[in-house]
Design a protein around this ligand. Structure first.
Ligand code: HEC
Length: 154
């Protein structure tokens, strides 16, 4: 009898504890800052985002085929500094908190840096040069993650 009540108290504490843990982890997901955009800009930004991922996929494809120069071209056009007007970055940027905008700009900058490293890798096929390509890609995706961890728009 006594054993049973100890067991029930134990189980109750366990359920209570894990529900607190669940609430905490939900709260941490929701800790992303909400950035309110006009509906059309929101759609536009999400379309840009989907294209960012398509571009990364194409970059990997070109690298796998040994075409580092083509990977660089895609990066510059679709993610790099040259893509900023295409994506209406100046217009979108006005709606972003300064830190978010800085991450966005840094993503464009690192994508343009990737182009230079990819060009080098086209000529120099050493292991060191290939590693630099991976590092340069990671420098881009670090910005994708930094922004996604910090902000949401819907
Ligand atoms: C400056 C901030 C920022 C940067 C940089 C950024 N994103 Fe996003 N991305 C967002 C936000 C905000 C959302 C919407 C998240 C939400 O509201 O839940 C999003 C959504 C997405 C989506 C989902 C699109 C949809 O239709 O729902 C994809 C895919 C995506 N991003 C890919 C990327 C990739 C790949 C990169 C890097 C090459 C990147 N993003 C860089 C802010 C950013």
């Amino acid at each position: 009898m006594q054993k049973n009540s100890v067991l029930i108290i134990g189980l109750t504490l366990l359920v209570w504890g894990s529900s607190i843990a669940a609430t905490r982890s939900m709260a941490s997901e929701d800790s992303r800052q909400m950035v309110k955009l006009p509906k059309m800009m929101q759609q536009h930004m999400l379309a840009n985002m989907r294209d960012h991922l398509v571009a990364l996929n194409e970059i990997f494809g070109e690298l796998a085929n040994g075409n580092a120069d083509k990977a660089g071209e895609i990066a510059e056009k679709r993610l790099g500094m040259s893509s900023m007007s295409l994506h209406g970055a100046a217009h979108l940027g006005k709606f972003m908190p300064a830190e978010m905008r800085a991450i966005g700009t840094n993503m464009h900058r690192t994508a343009s840096q990737f182009v230079i490293i990819a060009k080098d890798a086209e000529l120099d096929t050493s292991k060191t040069s290939q590693r630099k390509v991976f590092k340069a890609l990671q420098d881009i995706t670090a910005n994708c993650n930094a922004c996604h961890q910090g902000y949401r728009i819907q």
